[in-house]
Ligand binder design. Structure first.
Ligand code: PBG
Length: 297
């Protein structure tokens, strides 16, 4: 679920069939999902440009968009499991998941301090499952330790374990206006290749899975899902933890676009796609098709 600042009567389209919701009406979408049998949602923020900063402190503002949305949803529908996204890109004017140095380097360890504060703020607001999507090295262990120290032993971690540097994230970055951005002050890397994984590298997913397990992740997620079914399959046999598949925005958009043109029949294509995640070994599926699929099933 995409949330945005400000008040509007209803959602604003973020992708075909997916809206960005203001805080005053987001609960209607959450209740709709609940009514269809969905028991876990993930929240993503589209924050105002004026709040984006080179030093993205907004990511741990307790009065920020995500903490407010979590509190609101937990008040109205406490049983709904809320998963969050931990990364700096929606809050950074540079559009990277980490802090960018003057030389254009992503600062791994400094970023982890921000991620820990972001995770704690989300947990304090009532989040159930923290989802680090940033791909900094060592962040799962650091977040686990930070949560435990603050008394949030009961809050889980679903790590983006094998997150590839993929072109399939396009519609998501459009929806949040969060893609890496040029500026005249310092060089900004155009892509996320230094921290997200090389799509040609399958073995690295296994290394990442072992690290995340040791660092205390409760669920391992593969992202994208559809173009990486082999990775889901490998991690299923490599780990005893639950494996999640993230059926990302570009994968969703392809199906919606073809369906809108009448080139494919949406319902059977979506259900077959979701089935393929299960066949590959996924225990959980994070997908923009969730409400449609729940209705059809
Ligand atoms: C932020 C984040 C991204 C996605 C989820 N969390 C974008 C990115 O890494 O650039 C993409 C999700 C999608 O495409 O649906 N770190």
């Amino acid at each position: 679920i995409f949330v945005h600042e400000g008040n509007s009567i209803e959602g604003i389209q973020a992708m075909p069939g997916i809206n960005r919701w203001p805080l005053n009406t987001v609960i209607s979408e959450v209740k709709r999902a609940w009514g269809l049998g969905i028991r876990c949602i993930v929240l993503f923020p589209k924050i105002a440009d004026s709040l984006k900063n080179e030093d993205p402190v907004e990511c741990f503002n307790p009065e920020g968009l995500i903490p407010k949305a979590i509190r609101l949803i937990k008040k109205e529908l406490p049983e709904m499991t809320i998963m969050t996204d931990v990364a700096l890109d929606p809050y950074s004017c540079d559009g990277h998941d980490g802090i960018v140095s003057d030389e254009g380097i992503i600062l791994n360890d400094q970023t982890i301090e921000y991620l820990c504060r972001q995770a704690i703020t989300q947990a304090e607001s009532g989040a159930d499952l923290i989802g680090p999507s940033d791909m900094m090295d060592g962040r799962v262990g650091a977040i686990r330790e930070a949560l435990d120290e603050e008394g949030f032993e009961h809050v889980g971690i679903i790590s983006y374990t094998a997150k590839y540097s993929s072109a399939y994230y396009g519609p998501f970055r459009e929806a949040l206006d969060s893609a890496p951005r040029h500026n005249t002050v310092k060089p900004i890397p155009e892509n996320k290749n230094t921290y997200q994984m090389d799509p040609a590298n399958a073995r690295e997913a296994i290394t990442e899975a072992h690290l995340d397990e040791q660092e205390g992740s409760d669920i391992l997620m593969v992202k994208p899902g559809l173009a990486y079914l082999d990775i889901i399959h490998r991690l299923r046999s490599e780990s005893d933890l639950p494996i999640a598949a993230y059926n990302v925005s570009g994968e969703y958009a392809m199906v919606k676009a073809a369906a809108e043109r009448g080139w494919i029949d949406e319902k059977p294509v979506v259900l077959e796609t979701l089935l393929s995640f299960k066949r590959a070994g996924a225990d959980l599926i994070l997908t923009y098709h969730a409400c449609d699929a729940a209705e059809w099933l």
